[in-house]
Design a protein around this ligand. Structure first.
Ligand code: HEM
Length: 464
């Protein structure tokens, strides 16, 4: 059975038109009128249904990352990391797991050009035997702000002015000048890699720190990184204007055409790990999302490869209705106390219940491919067929039991309630080092946009 075909599905199309309820439609050209030139009859059910469906075709676009392209394929483990995690899909080299991936831009609308200087989303849904795992990352390894409390303001500043609906640099500078922790992210955004050539030629990163837990219960902080096997390629400002000017969907098209031609995009997955017992050994906080973990002291370890070898069948079902969430994890992978990750854990499923409805995880692209069972049911657009009589727990009539316990981080959490900034802010060292490592011609691209740059330059050229 093809797991990507569902009923209702166009795989079971009848040879003639029907209404949504399956009745034959004998005329899909003309409305039912009184005489050849008379008014249209309300009883033309097919016409009313056709218009009503059309009138409701759009759903709310994502509040961020509205513009995106997706594709399907598989993830294959190439290196054994079973000493670090009991995650079933990482159990041994050679194990393959089906995936769906969505790449995106962040700030602008669903139909905006894919050539804008903007981070790119890199979200991977692994359909594992122990439920789905969503790795919801970006192309840069750091983020603008470290506390999710700041995220809505940050997005408001980057989005168009609410009065004119024009994106304006004075609003961006105004907001970020209050947030020196964002400097590191700007050294990526205004670097040559600030505009990826397309989705195939960019890196990905989980950005936030997660935790891997072994069967024995030992935890390691982890960062995930994707490296494209075809290399990283980017557009300079003038190239982007030309590419975007002639095709505002160039990256979506590149992804689709490459897969259709059998030129399957591939990325290698690497991890970096830190023993939580060593987290105080650094001059930065490893749970601070505005920092990278230097690769010379925390090396990249290979894990597997991601291959995209199947185009989506339908953009609405497998892109618009697709829902990723950083809180969707599997046994062996857990969150960390990274403040930004903690807020993301809430936000995604919250927006998806609004954007897609409470049963959004029943949608085929979002549902696990493994069997699942609980007593959450009903609500708008429930389409799961159930025939159980016992929908409560516990019950002597239902043999359902708890799953086997799996390890979660053993660290003890204590402390008084606080609202505060982390102790080791160290906002300038990493961006300063990165800036001073650039060659002169690379600095050229940092000089865009002209009214943001002076402030950033001033801070960056200062010695650390
Ligand atoms: C507290 C900080 C953040 C909040 C509150 C937040 C919130 C959101 C929301 C509400 C969406 C729309 C989801 C939907 O409608 O399906 C979204 C999408 C997304 N976010 Fe975040 N975000 C945050 C930080 C980040 C970070 C740090 C990353 C990168 C690691 C990231 C990557 C993404 C991606 C890739 C998507 C698009 C997923 C897709 O393709 O459907 N976000 N975010």
């Amino acid at each position: 059975m093809d797991p990507y075909k569902y009923r209702p599905s166009s795989a079971y199309n009848s040879p003639f038109f029907t209404t949504n309820s399956g009745a034959p439609v004998w005329n899909n050209n003309s409305s039912l009128t009184v005489g050849s030139r008379g008014p249209i009859l309300l009883e033309d059910y097919h016409l009313v249904e056709k218009l009503a469906n059309f009138d409701r075709e759009r759903i709310p676009e994502r509040v961020v990352h509205a513009r995106g392209a997706s594709a399907k394929g598989f993830f294959e483990v190439t290196h054994d990391i079973s000493h670090l995690t009991c995650a079933d899909f990482l159990r041994a080299p050679g194990v393959q797991t089906p995936v769906i991936v969505r790449f995106s831009t962040v700030i602008h609308e669903r139909g905006s050009p894919e050539t804008l200087r903007d981070p790119r989303g890199f979200a991977v849904k692994f359909y594992t035997r122990e439920g789905n795992f969503d790795m919801v990352g970006n192309n840069f390894p750091v983020f603008f702000v470290r506390d999710g409390m700041k995220f809505p303001d940050m997005v408001h500043a980057l989005k168009p002015n609410p009065k004119s609906h024009i994106q304006e640099n004075w609003r961006i500078v105004d907001f970020f000048s209050h947030h020196p922790e964002s400097l590191h992210m700007f050294t990526f955004l205004f670097d040559d890699i600030g505009i990826p050539q397309d989705y195939r030629h960019m890196e990905g990163s989980g950005v936030n720190t997660y935790t891997l837990i072994s069967k024995a219960g030992k935890a390691h902080y982890v960062k995930f990184h994707w490296k494209p096997t075809c290399g990283v390629k980017s557009l300079l400002e003038d190239e982007a204007i030309k590419v975007g000017g002639s095709n505002h969907s160039h990256a979506t098209q590149d992804l689709y055409d490459s897969i259709a031609a059998g030129n399957y995009p591939e990325w290698k997955l690497f991890i970096q790990t830190i023993d939580p017992d060593h987290e105080n050994r650094f001059d930065f906080d490893p749970l601070d999302v505005t920092k990278t973990w230097p690769e010379n002291i925390i090396p990249l370890q290979p894990v597997g490869r991601l291959v995209l070898n199947k185009n989506i069948d339908n953009f609405f079902n497998e892109n618009e209705q697709l829902a990723f969430c950083p809180s969707i994890v599997v046994p062996g992978i857990y969150y960390s106390d990274d403040k930004l990750l903690q807020t993301r854990i809430f936000s995604y499923s919250d927006t998806q219940r609004h954007r897609l409805g409470p049963n959004y995880l029943q949608l085929p692209a979002n549902a696990p491919k493994t069997s699942h069972h609980n007593n959450h049911h009903d609500g708008f657009m429930n389409f799961m067929h159930r025939d159980e009589e016992v929908n409560y727990f516990p019950s002597r009539y239902d043999p359902v039991r708890h799953a086997e316990r799996y390890p979660i981080p053993p660290a003890i959490c204590t402390g008084k309630r606080e609202k505060c900034i982390i102790k080791k802010e160290n906002n300038f060292k990493q961006p300063g080092e990165r800036y001073r490592s650039f060659t002169l011609d690379r600095l050229y691209s940092l000089s865009y946009p002209i009214d943001i740059t002076p402030g950033i330059m001033l801070v960056l050229v200062m010695p650390a």
